[in-house]
Design a protein around this ligand. Structure first.
Ligand code: SF4
Ligand code: SF4
Length: 348
C-alpha cells in the first residue's frame, strides 16, 4: 500500500511528495467489520471508534458543500445544522464544542470497555450515520490515520502519528492561508491549531454567547457556509510549490520523519504466524494473574488471557488471534509488542 491510497484526494496535487510512501497493509484494523463490534457486549456496537468529534477545518467543510456526490448529502445536512446551532462553529473550521468536550471528559473518566452504551453514544461523532462516515472524502487527519491495532505494533503507530502530524499541519496551514486570502485581518488569525478554549463563546451546557460569536465572525456572520465554500475554492487551486512556501521547514521535518519511521514500520510488520517460545513456563500460583517465565525474563498477564497467548501456536494466523482477543473485548497490540520484545513470541 502507498499513502496515496489513504490520503484524501483533495491533497494529492497539493503535496504529491509523500504519496508514494509505502506501508504494510493494516490487516488487523478491519474497519468494514470493525474489531470493536465483535462482541455483543461491546459498548461500541453502534459507534465503532467514531466516538470522537473531528475538527473539520474551513476548506474541508467547504469541500463537503461544493461536492455533488450524493454520499455527502447527510454530511451537508449535519454541517448545516451545526452552523445553525453555532456550537463549535468558527472561521477556522468546526471544532469540538465546549458541550462535546464536557461529555467526552465524562466518558474518558471510565474504563474503555466498561463505559455504558448511552455514555459512549453521547460522544458519537456528529458526522457518523448508521455506522458510516457522512463526510468521508473530507474527513480530518485523525480519521485518516487512526488504527486500533497496527500490523507494525509500536513502530506502525509511530509512523501513523507522523503522518497524522503532517496532515494536521497541512490542514491548519491551509485553513489559515484561505482566511488570509479572504481578507481576514492577519493580526486576528491564530497560528496554532485551535480548540474551544481559544474562543469562549459557548458554555459546557451548550449556551452560546451570541455577541462573542458575532465578534468572532465579523462581516461573515450569517454567511458561514459561503465562507467555508470560499475557503475550499481557494485551497483546491493551491499547487505543490505554494504549499511548500506556506509550510516551510515544518513540512520538511515532518516529511523526513514519515520516511524515517516508515523504515522501522516495514521491518516490524507482524509475521503471518507467531509461536509462543517453547521455553516459556506459566506460573499459575496466583488466581488473578499468571507469570510467564523465560529464563530470567518474566511477564505478568491476567489469567483470562492465557488461552489467547497459547493460541500463538505457529499454526493459527496472527490476525486471527487478534480477532479472538477482540471477541473478548481485548486489544492484544501492547501485549504482543511486549512478548515479541522479550523474545517470548517468535517466528515458528
Ligand atoms: S480503526 Fe479499528 S475500531 Fe476503528 S473502525 Fe477500524 S477496525 Fe473499528
Ligand atoms: S468524521 Fe467520519 S471517520 Fe471521522 S470520527 Fe466522524 S464518522 Fe468517524
Amino acid at each position: 500500500m502507498i499513502l496515496q491510497n489513504k490520503i484524501p484526494h483533495l491533497f494529492h496535487s497539493i503535496f504529491p511528495e509523500v504519496l508514494d510512501i509505502e506501508f504494510p497493509e493494516e490487516q488487523i484494523a478491519t474497519c468494514n467489520s470493525c474489531t470493536l463490534c465483535r462482541s455483543a457486549e461491546s459498548p461500541y456496537i453502534n459507534t465503532k471508534c467514531c466516538t470522537y468529534q473531528p475538527t473539520l477545518v474551513n476548506f474541508l467543510l467547504g469541500g463537503v458543500f461544493e461536492d455533488d456526490d450524493i454520499a455527502l448529502d447527510v454530511g451537508k445536512e449535519r454541517i448545516q445544522s451545526q452552523i445553525k446551532s453555532r456550537a463549535g462553529v468558527t472561521p477556522y473550521g468546526i471544532i469540538p464544542s465546549a458541550a462535546y468536550i464536557f461529555r467526552e471528559k465524562k466518558a474518558n473518566s471510565q474504563d474503555f470497555w466498561s463505559r455504558p452504551h448511552q455514555l459512549v453514544e453521547s460522544i458519537r461523532c456528529p458526522y457518523s450515520h448508521e455506522g458510516l462516515c457522512t463526510v468521508w472524502k473530507y474527513r480530518e487527519n485523525l480519521c485518516v490515520t487512526f488504527f486500533c491495532s497496527s500490523i507494525g505494533g509500536v513502530a506502525g503507530q509511530t509512523f501513523w502519528k507522523k503522518v497524522n502530524s503532517y496532515l494536521k499541519m497541512a490542514e491548519t496551514s491551509l485553513a489559515q492561508y484561505a482566511m488570509l486570502q479572504l481578507g481576514w485581518p492577519p493580526a486576528k488569525i491564530k497560528t496554532d491549531a485551535v480548540t474551544a478554549v481559544d474562543f469562549k463563546f459557548e458554555e459546557e451546557d451548550g449556551i452560546i454567547n451570541d455577541a462573542k460569536y458575532a465578534a468572532l465572525w465579523g462581516d461573515w456572520i450569517g454567511r458561514e457556509e459561503e465562507f467555508y465554500r470560499s475557503c475550499f475554492n481557494i485551497v483546491k487551486n493551491i499547487d505543490a510549490v505554494t504549499f511548500k512556501h506556506i509550510t516551510g521547514q515544518t513540512r520538511e521535518i515532518l516529511e523526513a520523519a514519515i520516511r524515517d519511521t516508515q523504515k522501522k514500520f516495514l521491518l516490524s510488520s507482524l509475521p503471518d504466524f507467531l509461536l509462543l517460545h517453547p521455553g516459556v513456563i506459566a506460573d499459575k500460583s496466583n488466581e488473578d494473574h499468571v507469570v510467564l517465565i523465560l529464563g530470567e525474563i518474566t511477564v505478568k498477564v491476567s489469567s483470562a488471557l492465557l488461552p489467547l497467548i497459547y493460541s500463538f501456536n505457529g499454526k493459527r494466523q496472527t490476525v486471527e488471534v487478534f480477532q479472538l482477543g477482540y471477541n473478548i473485548l481485548f486489544n492484544m497490540s501492547d501485549l504482543v509488542d511486549e512478548l515479541r520484545e522479550k523474545g517470548m513470541l517468535i517466528k515458528p
